[in-house]
Ligand binder design. Structure first.
Ligand code: ATP
Ligand code: MG
Length: 264
């Protein structure tokens, strides 16, 4: 097993309320290793620092102090270009409304600038086809459904063929049926490639974590620490009502209650 991302001894705090000289501590001596090719799910309550952690991994946010922010054995702070092998999928689709879905994907390609321009059209066609949007890719965002927009935002990241995909609650604003379909499409896309990309997927949804993850990292409320770390060795598609998935969800709920003091 190779470590793809290694956060070492991270401290992060933000200034407290105006007028106070206290600071809000989010992380203290926090370390996390993420395996290459894993589908790692960061699971934790609102405000514990999940989005912040993704921002640290791709260099958007500088922690107060860090022993290391290491990607492929090299420190991101000394080699900021390492962030160009990462792409981000946000909570909402964040598509440009005056561009078609395909043009939005081109915008993503231009933004990261890692794919040769001669390959752009081929990549766009390939990944829109893979998510079932081949016929809709020349439509504008307002002409398609919310689920289709979110699929397009996954394509916008995926066309870069990034080694690391950072996904911040990408399905949390969708209805449950559409979200379930999105999860299946995402797993199909990820599992179809021989060399698996490393996915770091943030959610506060226990059931979603149980459906997707090869690795689960459970975080406590801030100041945040890892209260459970577990591998999941179940094939996909995972049946929501199977004993294994129900058992895993139960275990995660118990862990939250026992180790983070949160009950559902
Ligand atoms: N720029 C900032 N300035 C001050 N505080 C911040 C800043 N960014 C984040 N925080 C605080 O850090 C904490 C963690 O924020 P973060 O957005 O990472 O939480 P989260 O786990 O992603 O929550 P959610 O599930 O609601 O998205 C929160 O308390 C937030 O208010
Ligand atoms: Mg967040």
């Amino acid at each position: 097993m190779t470590t793809k991302v290694s956060l070492e001894d991270i401290d992060l705090s933000f200034p407290g309320p105006a007028g106070s000289d206290t600071r809000k501590v989010i992380y203290e001596n926090f370390s996390l290793q993420i395996e290459e090719g894993s589908f790692t799910v960061l699971l934790g309550p609102s405000g514990c620092g999940k989005s912040t952690l993704l921002n640290i991994i791709n260099g958007l946010l500088k922690p107060t102090r860090a022993g290391g922010i290491v990607i492929d054995g090299e420190d991101l702070r000394r080699k900021p270009d390492l962030s160009r092998q990462m792409a981000y999928v946000f909570q909402g689709p964040r598509l440009l409304r005056w561009k078609t879905l395909a043009q939005n994907a081109r915008f993503g390609l231009k933004g990261l600038g890692v794919q040769p321009k001669a390959k752009w059209d081929e990549l766009i066609e390939k990944y829109f086809t893979a998510v079932g949007l081949r016929d809709a890719m020349h439509l504008y965002p307002h002409q398609v459904s919310g689920g289709m927009r979110q699929r397009a935002s996954i394509v916008r990241a995926w066309v870069n063929e990034p080694q690391i995909l950072l996904m911040d609650e990408p399905f949390s604003h969708l209805d449950e049926i559409t979200a379930a379909e999105m999860r299946r499409i995402l797993i199909d896309l990820w599992a179809s490639e021989e060399t698996k990309r490393t996915i770091v997927f943030v959610t506060h949804d226990i059931s979603e974590a149980a459906q997707l993850a090869t690795d689960i990292v459970m975080l406590t409320p801030a100041p945040s620490s890892i209260c459970l770390r577990r591998k999941v060795d179940l094939a996909w598609p995972r049946q929501l009502d199977s004993d294994e998935v129900i058992g895993l969800e139960k275990e995660l709920r118990h862990a939250f209650a026992e180790r983070a003091g949160i009950r559902f």
